[in-house]
Design a protein around this ligand. Structure first.
Ligand code: APR
Length: 247
């Protein structure tokens, strides 16, 4: 099927699901906002070995080293703005066709774009938390002139994002499963779908009867409808088509 026919079929599924569509997003949706993805050409893990920078063990062993990467990532995120893909999802929520976004991203761009029901499955990069006393610091308060930043109690501060080897926040996990079991469409955008337990969410939804729609330049999962291309191009077309067939 050509791209238009695919988009039209996807739009029919979403329009038919009314408020029972959820989205699962990954780093690919923020690439057009200037935030590199993790895997693939130019990915963050090309530059920084995740074994040395993205596990909680690596962080505890050498926080100053990991904070060099974290500071660079934070600066990129601070410059980033929502792109047409984020804005399309915000419009879909405003139109009443998108109930929840489950995002693996920590950049906060879905909320900035206007989505109000966002589950941050891997935490966020806004806040930092003390590994010793557990105190949380809102991101704006951080002085990163010297690394690592320390808590007033003397403990090392860590972004409130989930590192490999850490559990998914319980509330995010249970809410995401609840959403997956109670949706009719799961729109999977910009994820390689290789990191568990996020990667299983579309299949949990399918087991409960949902259709899987994927938006990605390359196929990452066994979707019912695959919209090949960059999200910043595809998503506005998809939302326009939902509006057209619903009016
Ligand atoms: N539009 C849509 N998808 C895109 C675009 C784009 N413009 N550019 C790239 N992609 C796709 C890639 O084809 C790939 O499938 O986005 C995906 C990015 O995959 P990853 O870099 O693996 O990102 P993600 O799936 O979010 O990683 C999951 O891994 O390292 C951990 O915690 C980190 O949350 C992250 C998790």
């Amino acid at each position: 099927m050509d791209r238009y026919t695919q988009i039209s079929s996807a739009a029919m599924e979403i329009a038919g699901a009314k408020n029972n569509t959820i989205a699962l997003t990954g780093a690919g949706i923020s690439v057009a906002s200037g935030i590199p993805a993790f895997r693939g050409v130019g990915g963050l893990w090309d530059k920084y070995d995740p074994g040395e920078y993205a596990t909680i063990e690596a962080f505890r062993k050498n926080p100053a080293k990991v904070w060099v990467m974290l500071k660079e990532f934070k600066e990129v995120i601070q410059q980033a703005q929502p792109n047409p893909a984020h804005l399309a999802l915000a419009k879909l929520e405003q139109l009443g066709y998108l109930r929840t976004i489950i995002t693996q991203n920590v950049d906060g761009l879905h909320q900035e774009a206007g989505n109000t029901n966002v589950i941050e499955f891997h935490g966020n990069n806004r806040d930092t938390v003390c590994l010793k006393c557990g105190r949380k610091y809102p991101g704006r308060e951080l002085n990163l002139d010297t690394l690592p930043p320390y808590c007033n109690c003397g403990g090392v501060l860590k972004p409130d994002a989930v590192f490999f080897g850490e559990p998914i926040p319980w509330e995010a996990l249970s809410r995401s499963h609840e959403e997956a079991y109670n949706c009719r469409v799961v729109l999977v955008i910009g994820t390689s779908a290789v990191v568990e337990p996020a990667a299983s969410i579309p299949y949990l939804a399918r087991r409960a009867g949902a259709r899987i729609i994927e938006v990605n330049p390359e196929r990452a999962l066994a979707a019912d409808i695959f919209l090949r291309g960059p999200a910043e191009e595809i998503m506005p077309l998809l939302v326009d088509e939902v509006i057209r067939i619903s009016s």
